[in-house]
Design a protein around this ligand. Structure first.
Ligand code: PRX
Length: 652
């Protein structure tokens, strides 16, 4: 097989959809895709009005789409009244009440299944608990949770009430949690006493306790009892979630709030180029419409499918494609608490076999990691239920693509390599699996309504195969509406690079001569490590916050499993010397400040860093040095060119 991989990696091979797949698909060929796509771009009002009929409205909209380019004001389905939780639950009760909505696979031991009826009742109860604790429409609720059903239930409860959820990935540090709680002024924090990860038991409540007394906005902490162990609880503030849900006055019915289309549904913080995370704001109708439709067409979802997305609900992928997209479609969605290598590196495949998963959506970093353990772990299991595979989060190199296709999918499952972002709400550039030939490593074509293009620096479209910036030329329903309480940052980050309301995604890309998109990675100071988007400036400020560190620069270096690893250059205050011990201390310090995912793999101490005459660190040069390049490119603009040779000599 290696031979095939090698040769294929060099050519642009096309893999057409199999007849059996195509026969059943919603969009059966390229001409059908193109026709609908053109309609969605030329007459978005008509296209989206038709699609919106598939949702349940309390009141229909007055205007499908409004866009004020100069004010950057975007509205979808304005005037409409709708509820996300109602569309994910209530409307299925009659037809799918006894169908499984959510399958929860525990890290170890027995999991749980919820039918639509059961899930609906749990969500109503959770919403009533929030109401009892004073939560009203527009209040913010923060979730810092492991992958347990209570997280999915909790966020659905928020959207039921019109409360705004802000989920913070459970792997983040207490400080990162605090920053996000404070920025959103959350009134309630929902957390868990422990987080079970493989054979590790992580005490989440202890992490919360490190900062919660300083979070002024928090009135209550709802604590999920994942394990029956001794947990410190502060009287009056900390409440066991299970006790709250069991209380006599908590009914299993709660009316869904009639939300305006443009009311905020949630905030999700993401890394940007400055140290401060951005609160990406999504609204109600457009987000629901977009996740609903992308889920249906990209995964070519049919009623009998069993769908599993391995992401964490702490990231946008989990929001859109574990919870909202699948449930809005009435699907059976699997969520998994554990890790792919526990108890063995066949855990994923065991789960696929156990639940007869038909659609499997994961990240390249997991694919690469599992590929390393060899085919035998895959082959131990009957994966014949699979009919479609998906990938998201970072570029998937053709070698990993082909392993996924050949070994996991047994050469019969199309792979949808989906490009999108926290900001886009849903999938943007992607294959439609029955409609087009796949090219390993390409994300293929824009989804309906997405006017994606690739621009040069000057805003002109690139030629075929020429790299540039990926942009979106008109709004789509799932687009972020602003950065929470920071409209200027919204404008600057996404709409200032090109004039005229052009959305700038911060990724490099190219289109080939057939019009296929190839995503080439981030162009700003944001790096992708194991599919997690991290701001290098955030890591740098964590390093500099350690006593004795005066300056630092963090750059990505290629890593076979993680995609990128982090390489940090650190300048110490005069008179101090670096040591192996300090390297370990700094790594731990970053893990504590941001989270273990942000730990630099390598740290090189440097007396000085290459800078321009205006004092800007030249990261391009550091990146080249860190990656082991001999030629680091043009250094004529450096104020201190002599440092380059020193840094090269001392590189790790
Ligand atoms: O660089 C792109 C990369 O992930 C970034 C978005 O990260 P985040 O907001 O955390 O959302 C991740 C899940 C949607 C993008 O700017 N990215 C995402 N999907 C792909 C990708 N890069 C290449 N190919 C993809 N399929």
């Amino acid at each position: 097989m290696t031979k095939v991989l090698d040769s294929v990696a060099k050519e642009t091979r096309k893999i057409p959809p199999k007849y059996n797949f195509r026969k059943k698909a919603y969009i059966k060929n390229f001409a059908e895709y193109k026709k609908l796509y053109n309609e969605s771009i030329k007459t978005p009002d008509k296209f989206w009005a038709k699609q919106a009929e598939q949702l349940d409205w309390f009141k229909k909209w007055n205007k499908v789409y409004y866009w004020n380019k100069s004010k950057l004001e975007c509205k979808w389905f304005d005037g409409g009244k709708i509820n996300i939780s109602y569309n994910c639950l209530d409307r299925h009760l009659e037809k799918r009440g006894n169908k499984t909505a959510l399958i929860w696979e525990a890290n170890k031991g027995k999991g749980k299944k919820f039918t639509y009826k059961q899930l609906y009742k749990e969500v109503c109860k959770f919403a009533n608990v929030l109401k009892k604790r004073g939560i009203k429409k527009g209040d913010r609720i923060c979730f810092y949770m492991p992958m347990v059903p209570e997280l999915a239930i909790g966020i659905l409860a928020c959207t039921r009430l019109g409360a705004i959820h802000s989920v913070v990935f459970g792997g983040f540090s207490p400080q990162s949690l605090k920053d996000r709680i404070d920025d959103s002024r959350a009134k309630i924090l929902v957390t868990s006493n422990v987080n079970l990860h493989g054979d590790k038991v992580i005490n989440m409540k202890d992490s919360v306790d490190k900062i919660i007394n300083t979070c002024k906005s928090i009135k209550y902490v709802l604590v999920n009892k994942r394990l029956n162990i001794k947990t410190k609880m502060k009287r009056g503030r900390d409440l066991w979630l299970q006790d709250e849900l069991k209380a006599k006055d908590i009914k299993d019915y709660c009316e869904a709030a009639k939300m305006n289309s443009e009311d905020i549904s949630f905030i999700l913080y993401t890394s940007g180029t400055t140290g401060k995370p951005k609160g990406v704001v999504h609204t109600t109708a457009g987000y629901l419409m977009y996740t609903y439709l992308t889920f249906k067409y990209v995964f070519d979802y049919h009623e009998e499918d069993i769908y599993w997305c391995t992401a964490d609900i702490g990231w946008i992928t989990g929001h859109s494609y574990i919870v909202y997209g699948p449930l809005a479609n009435g699907a059976t969605s699997v969520m998994f608490e554990g890790i792919p290598t526990y108890p063995n590196p066949d855990r994923f495949w065991q789960i696929v076999e156990k639940y007869k998963i038909t659609i499997f959506y994961t990240a390249p970093t997991a694919i690469r990691a599992l590929e390393r353990y060899g085919d035998k772990w895959v082959k131990k299991h009957d994966l014949s239920s699979l009919r479609l595979l998906g990938s998201v989060g970072e570029p998937i190199n053709p070698k990993a693509w082909l392993w996924y296709y050949n070994v996991v999918g047994n050469k019969k499952c199309p792979i949808v390599d989906t490009w999108w972002q926290t900001e886009t709400g849903g999938i943007m550039v992607t294959p439609l699996p029955g409609a087009m030939d796949l090219k390993p490593g390409s994300t293929c074509f824009p989804f309906f309504g997405v006017k994606a293009n690739v621009y040069r620096e000057d805003g002109k479209p690139t030629r075929a195969d020429e790299g540039g910036y990926i942009v979106v030329e008109q709004p789509w329903p799932g687009m972020l509406r602003t950065v929470y309480k920071n409209p200027e940052r919204f404008r600057k980050t996404y709409f200032s690079n090109f004039k005229g309301g052009i959305y700038f995604a911060g990724d490099a890309a190219k289109k080939d001569k057939d019009g296929y998109f190839w995503i080439m990675g981030r162009i700003d100071d944001v790096v992708n490590v194991s599919g997690h988007r991290l701001g290098t400036s955030e890591i740098e400020s964590a390093l500099v916050s350690y006593k004795g560190v005066s300056e630092s620069a963090v750059v990505p270096i290629p890593h076979p499993i993680k995609g990128n690893a982090l390489y940090a250059f650190v300048t110490l205050k005069k008179g101090l010397k670096g040591s192996d011990e300090l390297v370990q201390t700094l790594r731990k310090h970053v893990a504590r400040s941001i989270g273990p995912i942000a730990k630099p793999d390598k740290i090189q101490f440097a007396d000085s860093l290459p800078k321009t005459r205006s004092g800007k660190i030249m990261r391009r040069i550091l990146k080249a040095i860190a990656s082991g390049a001999e030629d680091v490119g043009n250094i004529t603009t450096l104020a201190n060119p002599e440092v380059v040779e020193v840094l090269k000599k001392e590189r790790i």
